[in-house]
Design a protein. Structure first.
Length: 282
């Protein structure tokens, strides 16, 4: 399957500080990839470089086969970026906001009107289209912010923390929207601090730490590699007798059984294993 986003040795320095080292990452068409990392890991810097918002110090980024810096118009035409900070005009209505962004994307006439109606429906805001955004709740603004980034039907949608500060209903609505966009063939890069979101939505996960990509793969692959080791035993016959015998053997060896519990690896365990447990605010 073709890759819609290809990052090769992508890095960024700010003076003597290396914010992002040299990231190599490919995202296949029609998939949702979660990008995780502690505060200061370099996630936002990476997606900003990949989107052409900031200039990399080294490396390349290609969107739908187009170099973001050598062919910016073609690359950005294939890209939809929804930033963490709301990019909306409060004094404008929902429809006026979408019309403004649609025109930036080069849309007009009947096509723009059709896409605006579609976007308002996806956001669940058709009945609020004529209201000023200043009257909207945080969740409504987040939903409008998201659809503003997909008016032009991009090949790649980059979502940076799209559910920050939203109510549970809007959060669920955003999940369903992302799933439906993927079902229509859109490729999504999704950053979040919420492990359950990534586990629920994403086909693959990439984890950054200290400006480096430290792990990438499906959740099952990451759990198998980093989620801790365990032992599975299949027993035929009298399970209770086998349990008693096992306990006796352990005690005969001079040890004591304190507790017995089942453990299944998960993404949070993987995250802590590859980034460490210490809280960092960099």
């Amino acid at each position: 399957m073709a890759s819609v986003l290809v990052l090769a040795g992508l890095g960024k320095d700010y003076g003597d500080r290396r914010a992002v080292d040299a990231v190599d990452l490919e995202i296949e068409a029609g998939t949702i990839t979660g990008l995780l990392g502690p505060n200061g890991a370099g996630k936002t810097t990476t997606i900003s470089m990949a989107s052409g918002v900031i200039t990399p110090t080294r490396g390349t980024a290609r969107v739908d086969g187009h170099d973001v810096w050598k062919a910016p118009r073609l690359a950005k035409r294939a890209l939809g970026l929804v930033p963490q900070e709301l990019a909306l005009y409060d004094e404008l209505t929902a429809r006026q906001n979408l019309r403004y962004f649609g025109r930036i994307y080069g849309l007009g006439g009947a096509e723009l009107a059709s896409r605006i109606d579609w976007a308002l429906g996806v956001a669940g805001l058709s009945d609020r289209a004529a209201e000023s955004v200043s009257q909207f709740s945080g969740g409504m603004k987040r939903r409008l912010n998201l659809v503003a980034g997909v008016l032009h039907k991009p090949k790649l949608l980059v979502l940076d923390e799209p559910t920050v500060g939203v109510d549970p209903q809007s959060r669920n609505h955003i999940f369903e929207t992302v799933k439906s966009l993927r079902a229509e063939g859109m490729t999504v890069l999704y950053t979040s601090h919420y492990m359950e979101e990534v586990e629920m939505l994403c086909d693959r996960v990439a984890i950054m730490d200290h400006g480096k990509l430290v792990a990438a793969g499906t959740i099952d692959e990451l759990v198998a590699t980093h989620g801790g080791k365990g032992l599975d035993i299949e027993i035929e016959g009298d399970l209770e007798a086998a349990r008693v015998a096992a306990v006796k053997a352990i005690e005969a060896a001079g040890a004591t059984v304190k507790t017995v519990s089942a453990r299944r690896g998960n993404l949070e365990g993987v995250f802590l294993a590859v980034t460490g447990k210490a809280l960092r605010d960099e």
